[in-house]
Design a protein around this ligand. Sequence first.
Ligand SMILES: [Cu+2]
Length: 160
Amino acid sequence: MSFGFRLAALVLAILLAAPLVQARDYTHGSLKIGHPWARETPRMARAGGAFLVIENTGDAADRLLKASSPAAARTEVHSVTMDGNVMRMREVEAIDLAAKSKVELKPGGYHIMLMELKAPLKAGDKFPLTLTFEKAGDVTVEVAVEKMAGPSGGHGGMKH
Ligand SMILES: [Cu+2]
């Protein structure tokens, strides 16, 4: 396989990315944290993204203030905004979690950015991620590193 073809296949796999479902869900007080996962990173990558769903089932608002993980030297909470045709990531102070609401961190939207990764993230690996909420305090979840299901990867693992 030529390098060019492999690169094209990689780009296609990223564009068609759909995670294989294998992570578990967590409940902490009135917060439900669903399906924490991270993208497998290329060998030379220094940064990676982690994603999850936060549902606030309570009557009071809360906020996700920060995250930390032993997998990375620094961890930031990012949003993605469009600047013309260019997607830009920027660090946000917090993610607001209104009462009875659900916020999805996903590729192309809010995400947790793992900076200065200590090692590349490999599919099948797991690492802890501690989320700090303004009211609910700290919650540590296990993040599953998932391979992107490309054109030939299929969606056999999808459950929702
Ligand atoms: Cu980012």
